[in-house]
Design a protein around this ligand. Sequence first.
Ligand SMILES: Cc1cc2nc3c(=O)[nH]c(=O)nc-3n(C[C@H](O)[C@H](O)[C@H](O)COP(=O)(O)O)c2cc1C
Length: 219
Amino acid sequence: MGTKENKFAELSNIIRERHSIRHYDPDFKISEDEIREIIKEAVYAPSGNNLQSWRFLIITDQKLKEKIFTASNDQKQVLEASALIIVLGDLKGYEQVELIYTRSVKEGIVTEKFKNAKVAKVKNTFEKETSRYGNPNWKRDLVLIDGSLAAMQLMLAAKAKGYDTVPMIGYNTEQLRKILNIPDRYVNVLMIPIGKAAQPAHRTIRLSVDEITFWNGIE
Ligand SMILES: Cc1cc2nc3c(=O)[nH]c(=O)nc-3n(C[C@H](O)[C@H](O)[C@H](O)COP(=O)(O)O)c2cc1C
């Protein structure tokens, strides 16, 4: 990796090469190892208290894909993509706090004292606070944010590995949850078909920076 400019250009290339692909080569199969490698990068995303509440449900079974296709307004990418990565947020993800911070102590990242304080604080907050900063949906919002950050990184990591994706919420959530028996503790974040493009994406435009940016207040 070279200069600062090179790094920015490399990242910019990957960002701009990613497009939502809706036609996939149905004969191409991505390996489980490659999906694992992509997820491994995705989870370097930041998360609240480093609780990493994202979860990934991978669907490769064609029969399941067919059922999900019906629950997704017959969107073709669901049938044709090599796999579907269903990104979920775990409302009980905070229960991993002890594990996460015990490992952090072992790695010499935090002290035992820091860990104990963090574990107590997180458990207390998640178990007792029904509303936080005036937001009664704070737990759901948090896992949606964590999951979305990981999902974005996942799509960029996939692109850097030569794969294509499309983020989707265009499906009947209740039907999808029924088909896959998703327990209540998991919130749907996004569904991401992944595979090899059979047709290029249609181009999309972006609003200019000045059209979407406010400085020091909204007029
Ligand atoms: C939250 C969200 C939901 C989306 N749902 C769908 C979907 O159900 N089906 C679909 O074909 N594309 C879906 N998209 C893809 C968008 O249409 C696409 O990202 C947008 O048009 C920009 O194009 P690009 O991704 O190629 O840059 C979704 C994107 C986001 C972020």
